[in-house]
Design a protein around this ligand. Structure first.
Ligand code: 5AD
Ligand code: SF4
Length: 509
């Protein structure tokens, strides 16, 4: 007799006479696989706003005596989702585990942005197999962006039968029901909605630390850059209502948070989906800057939607930090066209000019892809020359990785791997050269540092970040942890600054 039949018998024998219809639902393993084709649709119907999330009464003790562990891959949006899932686990009575070994439920919150991100997850799925064989009651789940892809779900189903559940980015609020199904079913539970997405408020949150917090302002992306899988895995652009965001930020300020980062795949499109409001990111930030919280950041920007109103508001300074991450992807107008970025080199440089004129101390960082299909040496040189012209403080640089289902994946990937690697190396040398030069300028200056804790390499040294996201290591008292302090920079390295706590309060940007 298998576990399902045993359970069926137990329930049938119990004095609690449920009808056949009542409890039959417990035995249907959910199988709702993803479809990238459906995920691509952008329907006209309104986004569903739900504000009444709560844990169903019958699941409230589900986690008693059990522990959960979530491994997060990829971007801040995934970190945000992990905080929500951790909040749901705690509300179900689970406790956090120290690692995979002492967990009763393990979730891999995955990233699909490049092939190597996916390979890492498949490696980890393989590593967890012996643990699952040793502890058959352990539940192992895969969620996040990879679970939105048919090819990934098929591969897991065919080759990794030890996985108990797969659920998508639109199904996070259904975690209690999905866990329940997985406990009762012998089958792999697959629940992936390939839809445009909802906005669900009042989800529980287990935030890490008490100083820096993510505040999601919008979900999804409608830009469909030809190389990118995100619009398929995260649904359409949909904004949270301003009053919900302002309320959340006020709450974090009251709890003593020192820094918040407004999050979205394309924050500059914030508000464009409101049918009843003309309201954008600039308007939101203009309201948030009045809240008593020392630092407000935002990420990630799309140059196309970056408007003058936002620049005008950022120029007011105060708690609005002047570090702007502005992904350019390429310095060649022809490549930008193939990428469907919907701006060209000239328009991007014009925007940078406007930002620098309005906010003279602004720090710019960027994302760049090398080796896009058909990228020529000359086009790559244009990326290098744009980098020199803008003088970014730093950049995330990537080799193009074809993602199944995206338009670029159908283009012939005709730049040889050695050429891609060589371009990446040349770009990285330039990034390092300019970064080192900019870091050197900090020597002798005093900067404000939000102290996060002891340095990873030396517990006698404290570490934290400046307003411009520079990592600073310095000697100082442990009481500074969680505070913003002034630090005099003594020595600059390529990526970090070393210093000592400054007595005098000299403000330098
Ligand atoms: N290949 C390489 N890099 C990519 N990015 C997004 N999709 C791909 C891809 N298919 C990069 C972009 C983006 C960052 C988050 O990841 O530079 O800004
Ligand atoms: Fe991907 Fe482009 Fe959307 Fe960014 S703006 S998430 S690169 S599609």
């Amino acid at each position: 007799m298998n576990e399902k039949q045993r359970l069926e018998n137990t329930l049938a024998d119990s004095s609690d006479k449920k009808s056949e219809k009542d409890y039959s639902k417990y035995f249907q393993a959910v199988y709702m696989p993803p479809s990238l084709k459906d995920a691509k649709k952008r329907g006209k119907e309104d986004v569903k706003y739900e504000s009444d999330f709560s844990i169903p009464e019958e699941f409230k003790n589900m986690g008693d005596g059990k522990k959960f562990y979530i491994r997060t891959y990829g971007c801040q949006m995934n970190e945000h989702d992990t905080e929500v899932m951790a909040g749901i686990f705690l509300a179900l009575g689970y406790e956090p585990a120290d690692g995979v070994e002492d967990a009763n439920v393990i979730l891999l919150n995955t990233c699909a942005i490049r092939e190597n991100a996916e390979n890492k997850v498949f490696g980890e799925i393989g590593h967890l197999k012996p643990l699952k064989l040793e502890k058959p009651d352990l539940l192992v789940g895969v969620c996040g962006c990879m679970s939105q892809e048919e090819s990934v779900v098929n591969k897991i189903m065919q080759k990794h039968a030890h996985i108990d559940m797969i659920f998508g980015t639109h199904n996070i609020h259904r975690l209690p029901q999905i866990l329940n199904e997985a406990y009762l079913s012998k089958e792999m539970v697959v629940e992936v909605w390939s839809k445009e997405g909802d906005v669900i408020e009042n989800l529980p949150r287990a935030r890490k630390g008490g100083t820096k917090g993510w505040v999601n302002i919008m979900y999804g992306c409608d830009k469909f850059c030809t190389y990118c899988i995100v619009p398929y895995t995260r649904g359409k652009e949909r904004s949270r209502r301003p009053e919900e965001i302002i309320h959340e930020v006020r709450g974090l300020a009251a709890q003593g948070y020192k820094e918040i980062t407004l999050l979205g795949q394309n924050v500059n499109a914030y508000g464009k989906d409101f049918a009843d409001l003309t309201y954008g990111l600039g308007d939101l930030m203009d309201e948030l800057r009045k809240i008593n919280i020392p630092r407000i950041r935002f990420t990630t920007s799309h140059p196309r939607d970056f408007d003058d109103r936002l620049i005008e508001v950022l120029a007011k300074g105060g708690n609005l930090l002047d570090h702007i991450h502005l992904p350019v992807q390429s310095g060649s107008s022809e490549v930008l066209k193939m990428m469907a970025r919907k701006y060209d080199r000239e328009r991007y440089l014009e925007l940078v000019g406007k930002i620098k004129a309005a906010i003279p101390n602004a720090t710019l960082t960027t994302d760049i892809i090398v080796g896009f299909p058909n990228e020529t040496d000359e086009q790559f040189e244009e990326t290098l020359s744009l980098y020199r012209e803008v003088e970014y403080d730093s950049a995330y640089t990537f080799i193009y990785s074809p993602r199944e289902g995206t338009p670029a994946a159908k283009m012939q990937d005709n730049v040889p791997m050695e050429v891609k690697k060589e371009r990446l190396q040349r770009l990285n040398s330039l990034v390092n050269e300019i970064s080192a030069k900019k870091m050197k300028e900090y020597e002798g200056r005093v900067v404000e540092v939000l102290v996060e804790g002891e340095s990873k390499n030396n517990p006698d040294v404290l570490a934290g970040y400046t307003e411009k996201s520079k990592l600073v290591n310095f000697q100082g008292p442990k009481s500074a942890i969680g505070q913003i302090v002034k630090v005099k920079i003594l020595k600059a390295k390529t990526w970090t600054l070393n210093g000592e706590m400054a007595e005098e309060a000299i403000e330098v940007n």
